[in-house]
Design a protein around this ligand. Structure first.
Ligand code: N7A
Ligand code: ZN
Length: 260
C-alpha cells in the first residue's frame, strides 16, 4: 500500500485535563520588560565531554541525543543553579514552516525551532527518574534557532537523521560536543521555574533560556521535518513537525534576567 505523509496542525498529544500543581507550567512567553534583572545571577558554566555521547533516536515526539549520565563528566553549574547538574540528553522542537516552531517566545516572537539541553541534579539525586519528581531536580538550557547560515557543528547530527526517520529507531552516535550548539554568549539568559513541556509535564525544571540565538540553514531545518512521528509499521505516516507545546500562563511567576 502506498504510504502518504501528513503534516497536520493538531498537537502531537492531548493536553491533560488536570496537571499536578499546574501553576508552574512551561513553555511561557518571556515579556522582556517584565523580567527582573538579578545581579546575583552568575554566568553559566558548562563542561561537556563529547565522549559521553552515546546514541541518537526518534522517541515519537522529537529526536534525542543521549549522553552517558552515570558520572559527572558532562555538567552545567553556576547561573541560577545551587548544585551541579548532569547532562542526560538534548533535543529540539520545530514547526512545519520557518514562521513558528519554538516553545518559548520573547515578547510573542516565535522562532523556527528551539534546542533543549536537559540536565538533572546529581548533587542531590542519583537518577534522572528521581530528580524529575523534585522541585529543583532538573535544569534545561533553551536556545532559539534562526534560519541563516549553515551550522557546521549541527551537520554531523543532520546526517544521522535519515537513519532514525521512524519512531523508536536508534543509531549509535559518538563524540558529539553539545557545546558547539550553544551561542557565543551564554552570560545573557532569562531564568524561571517551570516544567517539562511534554508528558509527564512535571514541575521540576529550572529553565535558562539564552538571549542569543544560533543560526542553522534552511536545508538543515528541512531535514528535521523529514522525520516521522510514526513507526515503520504504521499505515499512515505523519511528518514530525509542530512538536511544540502552546504557551502556558505565568501564574504570577517572575522571570529573572542575568543582564540589564
Ligand atoms: N521539552 S523538555 O521540557 O525539555 C523535556 C525534557 C525531558 C523530558 N523527559 C525525559 O527526558 N524523559 C526521559 C527519561 C529517561 C531517563 O534517562 C521531557 C520534556
Ligand atoms: Zn524540549
Amino acid at each position: 500500500s502506498s504510504k502518504y505523509v501528513l503534516s497536520q496542525m493538531h498537537p502531537m498529544w492531548q493536553e491533560p485535563l488536570a496537571i499536578p500543581g499546574g501553576d508552574r507550567q512551561s513553555p511561557i512567553d518571556i515579556v522582556v520588560r517584565k523580567s527582573i534583572y538579578d545581579s546575583e545571577l552568575k554566568p553559566l558554566v558548562t563542561d561537556y565531554d563529547p565522549n559521553t555521547c552515546q546514541q541518537i533516536w526518534n522517541n515519537g515526539y522529537s529526536f534525542l541525543v543521549e549522553y552517558d549520565d552515570t558520572t559527572d563528566k558532562s555538567t552545567v553549574k553556576g547561573g541560577p543553579l545551587q548544585d551541579k547538574f548532569r547532562l542526560c540528553q538534548f533535543h529540539f522542537h520545530w514547526g512545519e514552516s520557518n514562521a513558528w516552531g519554538s516553545e518559548h517566545t520573547v515578547d510573542r516572537k516565535l522562532f523556527p525551532a528551539e534546542l533543549h539541553l536537559v540536565h538533572w541534579n546529581s548533587d542531590k539525586y542519583s537518577l534522572f527518574e528521581e530528580a524529575v519528581m523534585e522541585d529543583n531536580g532538573l535544569a534545561v538550557i533553551g536556545v532559539f534557532l534562526k534560519v541563516g547560515k549553515r551550522h557546521e557543528g549541527l551537520q554531523k547530527l543532520v546526517d544521522a537523521l535519515p537513519a532514525i526517520r521512524h519512531k523508536s529507531s536508534v543509531v549509535e552516535f559518538n563524540r558529539f560536543d553539545p557545546a558547539c550548539l550553544l551561542p557565543s554568549n551564554t552570560d545573557d539568559y532569562w531564568t524561571y521555574h517551570g516544567s517539562l513541556t511534554t508528558p509527564p509535564l512535571t514541575e521540576s525544571v529550572t529553565w535558562m533560556v539564552m538571549k542569543q540565538h544560533i543560526e542553522v540553514s534552511h536545508d538543515q531545518l528541512a531535514v528535521f521535518r523529514s522525520l516521522l512521528f510514526t513507526s515503520a509499521e504504521e499505515e499512515v505516516q505523519k511528518g514530525m513537525v509542530n512538536n511544540f507545546r502552546v504557551q502556558q500562563s505565568l501564574c504570577g511567576r517572575t522571570v529573572r534576567s542575568s543582564f540589564s
